[in-house]
Design a protein around this ligand. Sequence first.
Ligand SMILES: Cc1cc2nc3c(=O)[nH]c(=O)nc-3n(C[C@H](O)[C@H](O)[C@H](O)COP(=O)(O)OP(=O)(O)OC[C@H]3O[C@@H](n4cnc5c(N)ncnc54)[C@H](O)[C@@H]3O)c2cc1C
Length: 569
Amino acid sequence: MNIYTYDVVIIGAGLAGLSAAIEIKKAGLKTCVITKLHPLRSHSGAAQGGINAALSEANTKAHEFDTIKGGDYLGDQDAIETLCEKAPETIRRLERMGAVFSRNEDGSIAQRAFGGQSEPRACYAKDRTGLTCLQTIYEQADRLGVEFVEEWFAGDLLYDPLKRKAYGVAAMKLATSEIAIFNAKATLFATGGYARCYAINSNAHANTGDGLSLFLRKGLPLEDMEFVQFHPSGLAGSGILISEAARGEGGKLYNALNERFMEKYAPEKLELAPRDVVSRAIEREINEGRGAGEDKDFIWLDLTHLGKEIILNKLPELFDLAKSFLGLDMSVDRIPIRATAHYSMGGIPTDNFCRVKASIGEIASGLYAAGECACVSVHGANRLGANSLLEAAVFGKIAGETIVSDAPKLELIRAEESDADTLLKETQKLLRSNGEQSVASLRAELQNSMTKNAGVFRDRDSLEKQAELINDLRRRFSRVRLSDKSAIFNTELQEALELGHMLDYSAVIVAGALSRKESRGGHYRTDFTQRNDDGFLRHTFGYLCDRGETRLEYSPVTIGDYKPQERKY
Ligand SMILES: Cc1cc2nc3c(=O)[nH]c(=O)nc-3n(C[C@H](O)[C@H](O)[C@H](O)COP(=O)(O)OP(=O)(O)OC[C@H]3O[C@@H](n4cnc5c(N)ncnc54)[C@H](O)[C@@H]3O)c2cc1C
């Protein structure tokens, strides 16, 4: 058993993990970045539409207010202030590193309109913004000599609950199934999003939320998990994302009756209302029988009025997606779309410096989180488009800076070989189990039922049913059978580990949603359709207990200058 020792271990090589790695490496600390994918395959590279900044600093307050209102007043306003204030310098930092953003005629950085924003604020590189940012920052990390531990799966968090202190991870090499320990004074999780627990979703296959469940399994909480964002425009059938940039550039939505139905739901902002509002409008049109197509199960996105030149110049990636997956030409054909699970507002609770909360009011030592897996919380109940790349870049850098300043005070808990036992036993049990259930069938059952029962619309009955089903799936998962028992690139074993994680954090999504008897942002209860600030203007902290039971606590929201108001668009 190899035990590797570092000052800092980072799990995740997306925009957040790499932003931190650069700061840590520059400070001369010994660090490595563990990633189950090649860094450039991280989901940050799939981001299309843009990254927000009020480039004229005079407008920072408007960015803050839009974010607070967009999040239905559940975001912590001090964290949002940091996000928006640091946005312009973040764009300049990325640009100086080499990210080529699209420009206006006069050479200034172009910005496009996005939902819920009072002015065009999303900086972009055509519709390949995430790829541009990720490639640039990876190049810089590589230039500095950051050590990458690629295609290793982090499968256990090393954590001493009495000292409330982390000391690294146990991980498995995907090529050989070798297990090793990465022991460190500081451990940073930047493991990204987790919408793969839904059947219709826009996420990469790797977005299975392993990082989050590792925390749950150590008795640590997750925050606001009931808030899942459904993006209005997934390609019908697959859920593959057609970026909000399509609506930002002027795309219109029509139902089967050829009505531009957003006029009913958001008379001022129309298609550029925030995502939760547009997604609900789409699903409502479909539920009430005004969906298009034979099965009346999609809505039309119309970009034909833009013309081929603008589409090819500003949305080339989207043009290719529609062509490759549906054989349609956006400049002459309307595109069938439907809401798709896209982003997760909740996650590992942290303070504004990315230090993990071991419980409400208690900070864990040597443990940090940033990016989509974390909940600072800047997005509250609903994220505005183009604020997430920004969060990953801003808070990834902050995490790096915090770790550099904390490092001299952190002592290393020396790992022992037995620290790998949990992961070893988990993999051996999966390989030996000779039950009758396959990973693929259990996963499909989880995903389909999450979309049906804990999706755009939920109520008590659907959520109770889902909680029971997850318990049942968990029991059946203990009798899962892998057909591949080999050690070499055993992707079935990896998928089984991932399914275990998906079951764990899905239980907390459902528990949070069941207890939140109100509708706010991405969480819409058909049995409690109004927002209820008296009862629920608070963050949920969800824990997983023995035998899959959940426990919830609540903590106050940090309100600053902006008092909660009714949210209208
Ligand atoms: C299709 C799509 C389009 C989007 N468009 C936009 C947009 O235009 N603007 C915007 O602001 N946001 C957008 N988003 C959201 C945004 O891209 C993400 O929230 C953000 O990039 C997340 O960055 P991250 O660094 O936190 O995680 P990621 O980039 O997802 O990186 C996660 C990393 O964790 C690693 N990892 C995970 N689990 C393990 C494990 N068990 N062991 C080892 N490594 C692990 C992965 O290998 C990966 O390197 C989009 C998202 C999607 C899905």
